[in-house]
Design a protein around this ligand. Structure first.
Ligand code: ATP
Ligand code: MG
Length: 201
């Protein structure tokens, strides 16, 4: 190595050693193990798929997983075909509210889905529960926000929950342990590309 390169290498090593010390200390300080509430929100694509990625991880560790898909009515998604048989998977929606155009029916459907979710949130046998698109039921007022928040607070101590959907409420975000907001920089749909199997469903 030239003298320049040797010096650069030494500076790099010193910087990395310092960084490693900081990261190691942070890892050593993180000693809690408990059930987490994760919220994946924002207008960008990737909320539900993030949740299903965690389902795959959890199944790799042999955890018992429950999934409730609110809003969505289609049962032909790749995620359900692949992960469904290894989980307890419920699709409880009738589609978006502009599809049904019937508030009473939407509320009844929401309540039906919530009954399944509430049962899972009360049962420590479920180690990961995914409540996909739950945020919409709260923002449309189809479910009582306090009822939902109470069930999340009172769930079993070791149970993980992932909530997805746009516009998560401040109360839900405050309650969550990990919150990711996915931004919408670009989406192929706006360039006229229809939903693609494997990517969008
Ligand atoms: P995904 O299921 O792909 O992770 P998501 O859960 O973040 O997406 P949803 O609002 O639930 O987003 O919408 C699901 C469907 O709508 C998917 O087909 C997705 O590709 C599409 N979609 C998501 N975000 C956008 C967007 N910003 N513009 C257009 N279509 C979108
Ligand atoms: Mg989604």
């Amino acid at each position: 190595m030239t003298e320049d390169a040797t010096e650069r290498q030494a500076r790099h090593s010193a910087r990395m050693a310092k960084k490693k010390a900081v990261v190691d200390a942070a890892i050593a300080a993180a000693t809690d193990a408990r059930g987490l509430l994760l919220v994946v929100t924002g207008n960008g694509k990737g909320k539900s798929t993030a949740a299903f990625g965690m389902v795959a991880r959890a199944l790799g560790h042999r955890l018992k997983v429950g999934v409730v898909q609110f809003i969505k009515s289609r049962t032909d998604t790749g995620e359900e075909a692949f992960l469904g048989p290894h989980t307890e998977w419920h699709v409880t929606g009738d589609g978006f509210t502009w599809d049904t155009q019937n508030r009473e029916q939407d509320i009844a459907t929401a309540q039906r889905g919530w009954a399944i979710a509430a049962r899972m949130l009360a049962d420590p046998a479920y180690q990961l529960v995914v409540l996909d698109e739950l945020t919409y039921l709260l923002s449309y007022g189809y479910l009582d926000a306090d009822t939902v928040l109470d069930a999340l607070v009172q769930r079993p101590a070791m149970q993980h929950v992932v909530v997805t959907g746009r516009a998560a409420s401040d109360a839900l975000i405050a309650l969550a342990d990990t919150v990711s907001v996915i931004a919408d920089e670009k989406h192929a749909f706006r360039a006229g590309v229809q939903a693609q199997p494997g990517i969008d469903l």
